[in-house]
Design a protein around this ligand. Sequence first.
Ligand code: IMP
Ligand code: MG
Length: 235
Amino acid sequence: MNFVCENSPNNGKCDHLNPLSQKRKKIADDSKGHELSLFCVPKHYEEDLDSVIIPSGLIKDRTERLARDIVRDMGGHHIVALCVLKGGYKFFADLMDYIKTLNQNSDKSVPLTVDFIRLKSYSNDQSTNCVKVIGGDELSALTGKNVLIVEDIVETGKTMETLLKLLNECHPKMVKVVSLLVKRTPRSSGYRPDYIGFEVPDKFLVGYALDYNEYFRDLSHICILSDRAKEKYKV
Ligand code: IMP
Ligand code: MG
């Protein structure tokens, strides 16, 4: 959750929670990514992608560190990890594995349970103002719990702001948000998650469960979608 300090010189944000001081791996706007032919990409998508922007190995390494930071901060409490479907499922599964490994190998461990919610806010490559809950567990089960929301990507921030509002109506004890990606975009509402894997340029990204109209979830690396593919898979 984002906290606001009154009388703070920093636009109302606490310095120690200043979004700009949050650790994340920044990928520059002019980054061309990695040539596709250097990596294994399914044949059926070869013509649809401009480049690999985050190889799956780097995603895993960054996720391992996020798991460590989360356990450090939330250690000692029971965590309910809430996976935002469908895009969050790969990141969620890998993050849970790393937290499990830490739990198994340290003196400090967190009991972990999982919940799922399915949201929809996208049409083709456009974020819409209408965020719908279209399935999943009842949020009322999260009353009094320490909840870690696990999301694939924050773009405008509307999806997460809507979910946080819904969740807060159920009075959880604590809510933290981890997002693998945050897009640098002028369309952002200013919302920043508590934990961020990578900050990425304002391009449409697919792979590692991020989709374009349900395609490209079966791609291991995070890639830049080509303009041609946006037309090809348009609904
Ligand atoms: P927001 O409400 O604009 O922050 O959008 C968040 C949701 O839109 C994410 O959870 C994704 O499901 C989807 N989304 C935003 N950008 C991308 C993208 O580049 N690729 C795939 N999905 C995206
Ligand atoms: Mg999502």
